[in-house]
Design a protein around this ligand. Structure first.
Ligand code: F6P
Length: 339
């Protein structure tokens, strides 16, 4: 058997652990694993190179991806799926293990004749078919550590600290790091916020026995229509809005309305960098092993994911409709205002 492997979409901690697991499991089962650079772009260009256990030695704790990544989606490019088919034939591949997020999985679902087993990764944790995607718990930990640091400086200066975290359409990083870091307000994309309610909450916190507060804002959070301006987002090369900036606008509103000095910290790509936490290392390793076994069993077109403590599969065609969002019952967590 010959398997191709690629990483697509934004990088995250844990990708290398998954690549290592696929290569080592493949080797143990007598499978040849071929790497492709920069996601589907490398497949369309037909550049493949063999990967052996020696090639992946020492990469488990390393951030990023040794394969490189891109958001290239063959299904959105004229002739793209045909180039993928050509590479399959030229390299004698039985199929691919694709480590990706929603975009990458969407493209695989749009090429049903291309044999793929999917492994979910994204710090946003918004992909269906798994309780956690590779990278999420590392990003949540990084954000929590940084909120802890903001807490002490907020307290010293009696300031409001607004902390913008990633999370395009799902507020998992915001709600997780916000809870873990004892934030006073958490704003997530799933629920439009009312800036006046946010300010009321901050005034309430300040009138108790302290006069500082922490506000966590997911980059994809939006105000209730006609209550506040939104940043003007440029589009990236794949046509997605390049998010970032809502924290600045929220901070300006808070400073103007609450009349308390307010500062903003945008965590940005630091959330995606560096070494994975133990949970992501183990998850990535388990999913890598499961993906190879799924391919051997002929389970093409499936995503391997974590359900409770078990690894289970979900058809890739169902993933798009099963995006994982923060459920409404979490919006009203006591002491936290996800207005
Ligand atoms: O990986 C998902 C994500 O982190 C989103 O939260 C964010 O909007 C996006 O990636 C930014 O990615 P890039 O700057 O690499 O386009």
């Amino acid at each position: 058997m010959r398997l191709g492997i690629l990483t697509g979409g934004g990088d995250c901690p844990g990708l290398n652990a998954a690549i290592r697991a696929v290569v080592r499991t493949g080797f143990a089962r007598g499978i040849t694993v071929l790497g492709f650079r920069d996601g589907w772009r490398g497949v369309m260009e037909g550049e493949a190179f063999p990967l052996t256990p020696e090639d992946v030695r020492g990469i488990l704790p390393r951030g990023g991806t040794i394969l490189g990544t891109s958001g290239t989606q063959p299904s959105g490019i004229e002739g793209g799926p045909e180039l993928v088919r050509r590479t399959i034939a030229a390299q004698g591949l039985d199929g691919f293990v694709v480590i990706g997020g929603e975009g990458t999985m969407g493209t695989t679902a749009a090429m049903p004749d291309v044999p793929v087993v999917g492994i979910p990764k994204t710090i946003d944790n918004d992909i269906g078919g798994t309780d956690a995607s590779i990278g999420f718990w590392t990003a949540a930990q990084i954000a929590t550590d940084l909120i802890d640091r903001l807490y002490s400086t907020a307290e010293s200066h009696n300031r409001v600290m607004v902390c913008e975290v990633m999370g395009r359409s799902a507020g998992w990083i915001g709600i997780t790091a916000g809870l873990a870091g004892a934030a006073d307000v958490i704003l997530i994309p799933e629920h439009p916020f009312d800036i006046e309610l946010v300010c009321e909450r901050i005034r309430g916190v300040h009138s108790e026995r302290r006069s500082f507060s922490i506000v966590v804002v997911s980059e994809g959070a939006t105000p209730v229509p006609d209550t506040m301006n939104l940043p003007q987002y440029e589009l990236d090369e794949n046509g997605w809005p390049r998010l970032g900036g809502i924290g600045q606008l929220v901070a300006a509103e808070i400073q103007g309305r609450v009349r308390t000095e307010t500062r903003v910290t945008t965590l940005g790509h630091v959330q995606r960098g560096g070494s994975p936490v133990a949970f992501d290392r183990v998850l990535a390793t388990r999913l890598g092993i499961a993906a190879v076994d799924e391919a051997i069993a002929g389970g093409w077109g499936n995503l391997v994911g974590l359900r409770g403590h078990a690894i289970e599969t979900t058809p890739l065609v169902e993933i798009g409709a099963r995006a994982s969002l923060v459920p409404p019952e979490r919006f009203g967590i006591p002491e936290i205002l996800c207005v």
